[in-house]
Design a protein around this ligand. Structure first.
Ligand SMILES: C[S@@+](CC[C@H](N)C(=O)[O-])C[C@H]1O[C@@H](n2cnc3c(N)ncnc32)[C@H](O)[C@@H]1O
Length: 358
């Protein structure tokens, strides 16, 4: 498959590189300076509202807040133009499948997309992720920059599968809810080579790209269009159910329904694991995270942060439910905590729970 990045013109390359550098400097230079100004601006508070008010009065705040939003818009513009310039070839390669595919793609035109999903452009990506096949390419390339190139080669998702998921040599079925363009599903196929690996998502464009890429690499994955809240898969049929970066994109009720669905799907002894975000308890940091979500059109962070998913897991019949910090740079799951970091970064955390043996 074509990797657009290998084909960028000098002009396109310089734009993409500029956006990436801008994002890095915003995170590793501007944010620490803002944090320092914040620390000097008053006594420590654990009150989120007070911290937010203080944040807004900092002299660096207008730079910080506007750059956060504007670099995201620049990203989509740069990446969108690069994709549009190769539209025909990119569309064509989605249909260039091997004669004997290893996996399959099941699209269901009748999948109902809820209003909370279609009502806004998530991540401020124009047209969101589900409206056109090209949007999946835009999202794929954009995500590399959003992750500051730290997730190239699925590094981040591999860390998740390696450190947060159990060894299950005899696993027969593993499901990835909200699999997008397959970034989270591919490492699952490597981790559970004997299992049927199923990726489920609302968005047909992402699934088409995921399927074409998997087949190009001879990875046996079944991609299916559907709703993570009601997958249609049989009860107690899965050894592992995962989701990465999907719960925070749903309103509270949908988050609960998805966790309940994961519990329903698990076999006795099976494991559920969602890679998500959690509040840190540092009011300044949490204030910037809520603002990041708002500026980035991710309206349901508060729903995730306000949901008691540990209690919900217990209600759904799961045991040992825990949230564990996750460090995307090297350790993956990190029970000792996030540790100190100067740069702006997501408060990654993994929700795990198990279905008791009968
Ligand atoms: C931020 S992306 C994450 C994709 C992938 N898991 C990854 O880590 O790159 C969230 C994905 O969840 C999908 N999604 C959100 N809610 C869903 C639901 N209820 N059912 C199925 N897919 C959903 C979106 O279409 C999107 O592809």
């Amino acid at each position: 498959m074509i990797d657009i990045e290998n084909q960028l013109t000098l002009d396109e390359r310089s734009t993409v590189d500029f956006v990436l550098s801008l994002r890095k400097r915003w995170s590793d230079t501007l944010y620490p300076a803002l944090a320092e100004e914040y620390r000097g601006a008053g006594p420590v508070t654990s009150d989120l509202e007070e911290a937010t008010g203080r944040l807004h009065r900092l002299s660096l705040y207008p730079w910080y807040s506007h750059l956060e939003r504007v670099q995201q818009k620049m990203l989509w513009k740069a990446v969108g133009e690069a994709v549009l310039g190769r539209a025909e070839t990119l569309r064509e390669q989605l249909d260039e499948l091997p004669e004997r595919p290893k996996g399959d793609l099941r699209l269901s035109a009748d999948t109902e997309l809820p209003d909370w999903y279609t009502g806004y452009d998530i991540h401020i990506q124009p047209g969101s992720f589900y409206t056109d096949d090209l949007n999946a390419y835009v999202y794929e390339l954009g995500a590399r920059i959003v992750m500051l190139r730290d997730n190239d080669g699925y590094k981040f998702h591999r860390l998740f599968t390696e450190t947060a998921l159990p060894d299950v040599p005899a696993a027969s079925r593993v499901v990835d809810i909200g699999c997008g363009f397959g970034k989270s599903t591919r490492p699952l196929a490597a981790r559970y080579p004997g299992a049927e690996v199923i990726g489920i998502d609302f968005a047909a464009p992402g699934l088409r790209l995921a399927h074409a890429e998997a087949e190009a690499d001879a990875a046996a994955i079944s991609y299916r269009q559907g709703d993570g809240r009601a997958t249609g898969l049989e009860e107690a049929s899965c050894d592992v159910v995962t989701g990465t970066m999907v719960l925070h994109e749903m309103p509270g009720e949908a988050i609960s329904a998805t966790v309940r669905e994961a519990a329903r799907l698990l076999k006795p002894g099976g494991t559920m694991a969602f890679l998500e975000f959690q509040p840190t308890g540092d009011a300044f940091r949490d204030a910037t995270i809520y603002e990041h979500a708002e500026r980035n059109n991710e309206p349901f962070f508060r729903d995730l942060f306000g949901s008691d998913l540990l209690a919900l897991c217990a209600e759904a019949g799961l045991t040992d439910a825990t949230w564990t910090p996750f460090d995307e740079r090297r350790d993956g799951k990190r029970p000792e905590g996030w540790g100190d970091r100067r740069e702006w970064h997501f408060p990654w955390a993994v929700l795990t729970a198990t279905k008791p043996q009968n």
